[in-house]
Design a binder for this molecule. Structure first.
Ligand SMILES: Nc1ncnc2c1ncn2[C@@H]1O[C@H](COP(=O)(O)OP(=O)(O)OP(=O)(O)O)[C@@H](O)[C@H]1O
Length: 360
């Protein structure tokens, strides 16, 4: 069955305010897809357009190729899991799961069959008769998933469903959610401001900022090849050096970073000489060992933290630019203390140069 979701040139306006700028995006059938972005960027608005709680001002949402204009929320092949889960506290687990089926007139035997199957799927086979109030946070989470799946949606919409859980449980539930998605083959559309969640679970992620989709890619591509300065600074940690493009040699871009000197990186998108640009280097790509003539800078160590396999350094260049560095513990030497001066370096291929830099 086609469970793809197409945002066909949708725009969402609230009065004069454009919450979602024109977006065209196809989410494939059976994909685990996330919208990632800071608070207020429009994630919930996108989810509400898909579920039918909001009608796009322009364009259309298509599910399985079918135009959803005029189809009310309760008639769409979607199910939603909310941040607060919205379980019925005075009902048993089975009653919660079966609720949607009961509303649809499904008989008791088939309802029980469905809830038994779903409790098996979410690894809580013996809890049908338990009261919801007696469950732990993680168990409630799984029941919310089972309840949402009971009505056999083609698309499951998840609105930051892990945000109320503690860190350890949240990390565990990521694996579980991914596993449930794999077993059911349903399209999962997940919204979050937590990049760890988006990157670990998703096949693809759309990074959003101020109502605009900035980049759609698989997690590794997003991390390694960000196409906008917003994505480069929002996804993972990054060091940003603003400057202007001095030279272009094929894909290698020389950025004049003022007093810091000339730094070289791989160009992303169309770039021209003289243009303002930002060069990004990940903390783990900065080395203590001189790797390339020219790509180096002298810093003062401000803080050093031992994290086991690696060390993190907070450093500052002579010109007051702060820098995050991550190095293997094997590179540690006893003279690396706060106040010490060291030289850092990186490979050209590990830095990316992106036009602009207003978000940095
Ligand atoms: N009904 C509405 N009327 C007017 N403005 C709205 C309405 N709903 C959302 N907005 C605005 O649209 C923008 C996007 O909101 P949305 O809730 O989609 O963001 P979000 O990324 O989900 O944020 P959060 O992570 O904080 O939930 C915000 O500026 C919000 O104030």
């Amino acid at each position: 069955m086609d469970s793809s979701v197409h945002l066909d040139n949708v725009v969402m306006k609230f009065g004069d305010f454009t919450a979602i700028q024109q977006s065209d995006l196809k989410i494939e059938s059976g994909e685990f897809f996330s919208f990632l972005g800071p608070s207020g960027c429009g994630k919930t608005t996108i989810l509400n357009m898909i579920s039918g709680f909001l009608d796009p001002t322009e364009g259309a949402v298509k599910i399985g190729g079918e135009d959803m204009r005029g189809v009310p929320a309760n008639k769409r092949p979607t199910s939603m899991i909310f941040q607060n889960l919205a379980l019925f506290p005075l009902m048993t687990v089975a009653e919660n799961i079966e609720f949607g089926l009961e509303v649809r007139g499904v008989n008791k035997r088939d309802r029980k069959k469905a809830s038994d199957r779903l409790l098996e799927l979410v690894a809580l086979p013996d809890s049908a008769d338990k009261q919801v109030s007696a469950l732990s946070g993680g168990q409630k989470q799984r029941i919310a998933i089972a309840r949402a799946l009971a009505v056999e949606p083609r698309v499951l919409l998840l609105d930051e469903p892990l945000s109320a859980l503690d860190l350890k449980l949240r990390q565990h539930m990521r694996t579980e959610l991914k596993e449930i998605q794999r077993k059911t083959g349903i399209t999962f559309i997940y919204i979050t401001h937590d990049q760890g969640e988006a990157l670990t679970m998703s096949d693809r992620v759309a990074v959003m900022s101020a109502g605009q989709i900035q980049q759609v890619a698989d997690p590794i591509t997003l991390y390694r090849e960000p196409v906008t300065d917003f994505v480069a600074s929002f996804v993972g940690e990054n060091n940003a050096f603003k400057g202007s493009i001095q030279d272009i040699n094929g894909s290698e871009i020389v950025v004049d970073c003022g007093p810091l000197g000339k730094l070289v990186g791989k160009g992303v998108g169309a770039l021209t000489k003289g243009q303002e640009a930002t060069l990004f280097i990940r903390p783990e790509h900065i080395s203590l060992i001189p790797v390339v003539e020219g790509n180096s800078f002298d810093v003062t160590i401000k803080e050093i933290n031992f994290e086991g396999a690696y060390l993190t350094l907070n450093a500052e260049t002579t010109y007051g630019h702060s820098l995050a560095v991550q190095i293997g513990s094997d590179q540690y030497s006893s003279n690396m203390t706060p106040g010490a001066h060291i030289s850092l370096s990186y490979h050209n291929k590990d830095a990316v140069v992106i036009s602009g830099g207003e978000n940095v």
